[in-house]
Design a protein around this ligand. Structure first.
Ligand SMILES: NC(=O)c1ccc[n+]([C@@H]2O[C@H](COP(=O)([O-])OP(=O)(O)OC[C@H]3O[C@@H](n4cnc5c(N)ncnc54)[C@H](OP(=O)(O)O)[C@@H]3O)[C@@H](O)[C@H]2O)c1
Length: 284
């Protein structure tokens, strides 16, 4: 039986991995900040050496982009040094290592999807700290999967749940006019992670649902599929506070997944339909 350690297990993606994995196939060690703070180097090493997982999945991070701008030291401590600590222990116990990362490592200034081979150029503290985490993973482990995704939603605070809440409370919804991305459900991201960890196809991956849309079209589809209504308006990204200020163009090209041709991500619309209605016919 594979032993899998999920750090940051209470977050959106950690929760989704727990929902889609088969507990008959894997023994799972779930830890979040309360059980094991990934910035505590000695504790992280001790936990890994005692439990000796075959696979470590790092879902722990400071993902609040506004908080990262306010507290860059915290962002780098968790997103960079935390990833380093888990990488060191993965290397020590011979485990495969999965590092979740983000489109925020790019500057979002162009109008063409970014491949894994495009040059990174983060503009935010969040993006810089996540890129530093990627570098540590490459420095300290060999058997790694760095998986960058985009516009992820699952159980937690995310765009889909904010739109639903605003509609329920009859509040108007304001979205950034320029933002384009590929909405990706945490469960579909979890499925590709669980697929990749069974392979030896190490390296950096872009893994988002297929297709792209504007924030406005994303909000419209959320309302349509949930049968709710709300007033939608667009404003320039620059007029929104930093928590909403993300790269304008966040589209990732799943280039490596496409050329190894072993795994097909669903369309963002099918993925959203499963999340909102439970209709998973696209998986059949
Ligand atoms: N959501 C997205 O759109 C998206 C897109 C691309 C990539 N990613 C990446 O995917 C990963 C997971 O994202 P997510 O959406 O699941 O994030 P999330 O919901 O914010 O979950 C992160 C988890 O990490 C925990 N954590 C924070 N500091 C910690 C520490 N020092 N030690 C241990 N745990 C700690 C958090 O606890 P608290 O909540 O108590 O702080 C939270 O439970 C992150 O690396 C993120 O950068 C996310």
């Amino acid at each position: 039986m594979l032993k899998v350690w999920i750090a940051g297990s209470a977050g959106q993606i950690g929760t989704a991995i727990n929902q889609v994995l088969d507990p008959m196939e894997m023994e799972v060690f779930n830890t979040d900040k309360n059980e094991l703070d990934i910035t505590q180097t000695d504790e992280v090493l001790r936990f890994g050496e005692i439990n000796r997982p075959n696979i470590i999945i790092n879902c722990a991070a400071i993902t609040d982009t506004a908080l990262c701008e306010q507290e860059p030291e915290l962002a780098f401590r968790v997103n960079a040094l935390g990833a380093r600590n888990l990488s060191i222990v993965a290397n020590k116990v011979g485990a495969k290592f999965v590092q979740l990362s983000t489109d925020d490592v790019f500057d979002g200034q162009r109008q063409q999807p970014y491949t894994e081979f495009d040059l990174t150029n983060p503009r935010t503290v969040y993006g810089c700290s996540k890129l530093a985490g990627e570098h540590y993973v490459k420095e300290f482990t060999q058997k790694h999967f760095i998986i960058r995704s985009n516009w992820v939603y699952g159980q937690g605070n995310n765009f889909v749940n904010r739109v639903l809440e605003a509609a329920d409370q009859n509040r108007p919804i304001t979205v950034a006019a320029e933002q384009t991305g590929s909405p990706t459900s945490a469960q579909d991201l979890a499925r590709i992670i669980l697929y990749l960890i069974r392979t030896n196809e190490y390296g950096t991956y872009h893994a988002t649902c297929k297709g792209m849309c504007s924030r406005l079209d994303f909000a419209k589809e959320i309302l349509r599929l949930s049968g709710k209504t709300a007033e939608l308006t667009t404003v320039p990204s620059s007029s929104l506070d930093v928590s909403e200020t993300r790269p304008d163009y966040s589209v990732l090209d799943n280039f490596i997944l496409r050329i190894i041709d072993v795994y097909d991500m669903p369309s963002w619309q099918d993925s959203l339909k499963e999340y909102l209605t439970g209709d998973a016919s696209h998986l059949a």
